[in-house]
Design a protein around this ligand. Structure first.
Ligand code: 3H9
Length: 697
């Protein structure tokens, strides 16, 4: 039974039991409504609503969105609760989120255990709280607190909620017992039921211009997104309109958001993130191994960032470098990063010291003999890695997992260096590793199921989004990136400017344009990688001629103050440099390209289609398990806008037939060898199927 009702003394207790997170599925909505109605005619004097399991209600059932709505709606249920003649008390534990917190706000009183969290994270799903959250929070906690809570979507502690007036009582002991006692107090105390709707907000208490200020701020922070703006409109309505009219406004804008492509995309990403760690076809009963000690080989930026991920999760980690000097430099990088995190308020200084304490350094491989997991993050050269893995194989215990952070090299060949290929796996972190959420888990031919399960498990413990990838050049992310970068370079030589390309992609929602990203990571990195390719692998000589020319002129990117742009010291902002245009024009002339005007639409189309087409190839080769995994890679590792749902979701939204036709047209007009439509795309376009349907089948 998802909802049960019992009478304990004079209190009616409604218990919700809908694992895993007590979401407000249809059965829960109906159950709560019926139980509150039943309580009106029994001997109870008050009603307590609480939940079994690990949490109070974590919100509406997201999997029901996009399907025909089945009554009662949540607002209807909340109206029954609010108009109960007996006091209704919500007892919160775990995370009371979204519709779950709104249900609590419609109750007459709220008590909560500590620590627990409350919040309205709907904005992260492209939604706004659609069951009175935007009307009740400003009435209870004030307009500014409401704007912060609802536009950020970040949960707050119940202690803070108590201070803000959103929670009435913190219960320190057993929540159920405490809630029953509180219910009795309420019955003996207040004569009138407390209803948030009865509070009116005096416009005089609202800071002047606050709504315009938030709209402008959110317009910059959440460029092009509908929900944040609508939230501000709803909170403004809470000030300007009576409760029922405010609720109507909220409902109207909630439904508009729910129908939007942005919300569909963000809901897709919610499930993509949670589906990605699941490995298809894993042998039954496989349990992950315990990882209680980790080592990182290589104290460069990447190795240090990886070490911090484990230390932040409280897992002891040893950093190995070849010399005391190099080790000292690595440990300094870690110190600096922690200091920066403390300065930015990510950790308190005590917390920073505590976390740093989990990291020790060594120059001796022998010190790694008791590690359960070793991650190599050394220079990207097979010869260097060969040396590292041979040494690790000798000193590490036989069951230790040996992982490589390689971005491109063959994980199977690396595994074969060791006597334990089944214990070798790729763990490809993204820079800065202590911040970026993506982790590609690369499955070698011989990697055992147990090692994969362990990789997924430890990834979640260090708060990464792990995505399984097969072995190929660049795995999922970088393999697709190559096509995106190629098309960027071709747009440049054919007529676009760096500014135009970056502005188009950033305006569309990418965290950073491709050329600004190149400058940030250093143009020499890709240049060196290109030098090791054969002419055939390099493709058409004009493709990377501009990038090569910039490097050869010493324009290596931000680190030297110039690349595609100029960077003034201490100012990370970029400015245009006429010399770059001269270089581009010179290269076009040299390669016989007559530059033309390229529209913003063409740039967007070519860059996104380059990603999409390669994504289809990756799927048909089985390199990625599912389309949503590719979306997770791009959103969590490459700054792809989450509100567009990742490249594969975006392809479905464009329509696969249209995508296929556009790629065929590019092949026809450009004549490049690059635009060969993927077989899977062709097949789905002809059979009128979506990628989502293909994935489900
Ligand atoms: C809303 O409420 C709108 C209302 O304002 C208006 C209505 C009119 N629905 O995250 P986990 C599943 S919008 C369905 O790994 P954790 C999840 O997919 C909603 N399913 O656990 C996963 O399934 P599986 C606003 C949900 O312990 C499993 O539960 N609320 C929902 O790391 C475990 O999830 C939110 O946005 C859901 N609402 O974190 C809160 N939530 O095992 C969303 C979870 O099959 N939820 N699942 O992969 C969360 O933030 C986290 O799940 C929570 C627990 C913090 C609660």
């Amino acid at each position: 039974m998802a909802v049960s009702y019992e009478l304990i003394g004079e209190t009616g207790v409604i218990t919700i039991d809908n694992p895993p997170v007590n979401a407000l599925s249809h059965v829960v909505r109906e159950g709560v409504k019926n139980a509150v109605i039943a309580a009106q005619s029994d001997s109870s004097k008050s009603v307590v609503i609480l939940c079994s399991g690990r949490t109070f209600i974590a919100g509406a059932d997201i999997s029901e969105f996009g399907k025909p709505a089945i009554p009662p709606s949540l607002p209807q249920v909340l109206s029954v609760i609010e108009s109960s003649e007996k006091p209704v008390i919500a007892a919160l534990h775990g995370s009371a989120l979204g519709g779950g917190f709104e249900l609590a706000l419609a109750c007459h009183y709220r008590c909560a255990s500590s620590p627990a969290k409350v919040g309205l994270p709907e904005v992260k799903l492209g939604l706004l709280p659609g069951a009175g959250g935007t009307q009740r929070v400003p009435r209870l906690a004030g307009v500014e607190a409401a704007l912060d809570l609802i536009t950020s979507g970040k949960p707050i502690s119940t202690d803070k909620a108590n201070k803000l007036g959103l929670v009435d009582r913190i219960i320190t002991g057993d929540l159920r017992e405490g809630a029953l006692e509180y219910a009795q107090e309420v019955v003996l105390g207040d004569v009138e039921l407390r209803k948030a709707r009865n509070i009116s907000i005096s416009p005089k208490e609202v800071p002047e211009g606050i709504f315009e200020f938030y709209k402008i701020k959110l317009g910059k922070r959440a460029r092009g997104q509908l929900a944040p703006q609508s939230i501000v409109t709803c909170i403004q309505a809470a000030v300007e309109l009576p409760m029922d009219e405010g609720l109507n406004k909220e409902r109207e804008l909630f439904l508009e958001c729910l129908d939007s492509e942005q919300s569909a995309a963000l809901r897709h990403m919610f499930f993509a993130e949670r589906t990605a760690p699941k490995i298809k076809g894993l042998a039954e009963g496989i349990e992950p191994r315990a990882i209680s000690r980790v080592a990182i080989i290589g104290g460069g930026t990447m190795g240090c960032g990886i070490a911090m991920c484990f230390a932040n999760a409280g897992i002891p980690v040893t950093l190995l470098e070849i010399s005391a000097d190099a080790l000292g430099r690595g440990l300094q990088i870690i110190d600096r990063n922690y200091d920066l995190s403390v300065k930015k308020g990510v950790f308190s200084s005590e917390d920073g010291i505590l976390k740093k304490g989990f990291i020790t350094g060594t120059t001796q491989y022998e010190d790694l003999s008791d590690c359960d997991l070793v991650i190599e993050a050394v220079f990207e050269s097979f010869e260097v890695k060969k040396e590292v893995f041979s040494r690790l194989d000798k000193v590490c215990k036989p069951e230790a997992i040996l992982a490589t952070n390689t971005s491109y090299l063959d994980v199977n060949a690396i595994a074969e260096i060791t006597s334990r290929p089944e214990n070798v796996v790729g763990l490809h972190f993204f820079s800065p590793a202590n911040i970026m959420k993506l982790l590609e888990v690369v499955r070698g031919e011989k990697t055992s199921d147990e090692v994969l399960a362990t990789a997924m498990d430890i990834a979640k413990k260090i708060r990464k989004v792990p995505v399984l990838a097969g072995v190929c050049f660049g795995f999922i992310g970088n393999r697709m990136l190559r096509q995106y970068v190629r098309e960027t370079q071709l747009c440049l030589i054919e007529g676009a400017s760096p500014e135009q390309i970056d502005q188009v992609m950033e305006g569309w929602g990418m965290a950073m344009g491709p050329l600004a990203v190149g400058d940030l990571s250093g143009l020499d990195v890709a240049y060196k990688a290109r030098q090791s390719l054969s002419d055939q692998e390099k493709g058409d000589p004009k493709t990377y001629c501009i990038a090569d020319a910039l490097v050869e002129k010493g324009r290596l990117g931000q680190k030297v103050g110039k690349g595609y742009y100029l960077y003034v010291a201490n100012n990370r902002g970029r400015t245009s440099d006429p010399e770059v245009l001269e270089i581009i024009n010179g290269q076009a002339l040299k390669h016989g390209v007559v530059r033309r005007e390229i529209s913003d639409g063409e740039i967007l189309m070519r860059l996104t289609l380059a990603l999409i087409n390669e994504g289809f190839k990756i799927l048909e080769e089985g390199i990625a398990q599912r389309p949503s995994d590719i979306d997770a890679v791009y959103v969590f590792g490459y700054g792809f806008p989450a509100f567009r749902g990742g490249p594969m979701f975006y392809a479905d939204q464009l329509g696969l037939k249209k995508v296929y036709e556009m790629i065929c047209k590019l092949q026809e007009t450009n004549g490049y060898q690059y635009w060969v439509p993927a077989n899977l795309l062709e097949e789905l376009a002809h059979s009128n199927k979506t990628l989502a349907e293909w994935a489900d089948s």
